[in-house]
Design a binder for this molecule. Structure first.
Ligand code: ATP
Ligand code: MG
Length: 203
């Protein structure tokens, strides 16, 4: 009997929030690695809501970011995309994401997947004390990268090395802006979606 159909076993759900502007193979490889190491049943990608600006840059319409995430994950039966942050609107806070997903998965164990470099910022997130009780945090990092975990509760966090850590959305956008298609950095369907809607023509 496969582990995920053992009666009474709690479902294990990975949650990967992000701007996904655009989603790339770094996100997908990280999700896939965490899924297998933590024996997850599913990883839910959650594109942030309307974020008019991020570090002074215009963020692409949520609907485009959502559809690229759907295209990128469509072939994997264990990947899905949630609209909770898009539909809530306003600034996305992780605590709200976790509360909304809890309604959809009342009995599951949550594993929040994030770049390890973002982990220290979690302490500054809204209601950060409550976060630790709502999910286990998995910080993905690149090989050999040292991380300062001062102030973070050691039992609430696991750090994991993943390949493809060097890929970033910023770099993908910069390539497109300079006229180069981001083949192999993002899934083929996402390369084609970017071209079709002429996204990232300017950085
Ligand atoms: P940007 O360059 O615009 O900041 P990004 O590539 O960091 O984009 P985000 O949507 O901001 O992508 O990231 C969503 C989540 O995925 C964050 O937790 C981030 O740390 C993580 N992440 C980003 N790139 C990678 C990667 N190459 N490998 C693993 N995780 C990643
Ligand atoms: Mg980032």
């Amino acid at each position: 009997v496969p582990i995920d159909v053992v009666p009474g076993r709690k479902r294990r759900i990975g949650i990967m929030g992000g701007t996904f502007d655009p989603i790339h193979h770094g996100h997908l490889v990280a999700a896939s690695e965490v899924l297998s190491v933590f024996n997850l049943d599913e990883v839910v990608f959650v594109p942030t809501g309307r974020q008019p600006y991020k570090r002074d840059r215009k963020v692409t319409l949520a609907e485009h970011r959502y559809l690229m995430a759907v295209i990128a994950t469509a072939s994997n039966p264990r990947f899905s995309v949630s609209r909770v942050d898009i539909e809530r609107g306003g600034t996305t806070y992780t605590i709200d994401t976790l509360r909304d997903l809890r309604k959809a998965y009342p009995d599951a164990d949550f594993f929040f997947i994030t770049g390890a470099d973002v982990l220290p910022q979690i302490l500054e997130w809204k209601d950060s004390d409550d976060l630790w009780s709502m999910a286990h945090f998995v910080g993905v990092t690149r090989a050999g990268h040292q991380l300062d975990t001062t102030g973070l509760p050691p039992e609430g966090i696991t750090l994991m090395e993943v390949p493809a850590m060097a890929i970033s959305s910023t770099d993908c956008r910069a390539r497109v802006a300079s006229g180069v298609q981001p083949w192999y950095l993002v899934p083929d369907g996402v390369v084609q979606y970017i071209a079709k809607y002429r996204l990232y023509k300017e950085v």
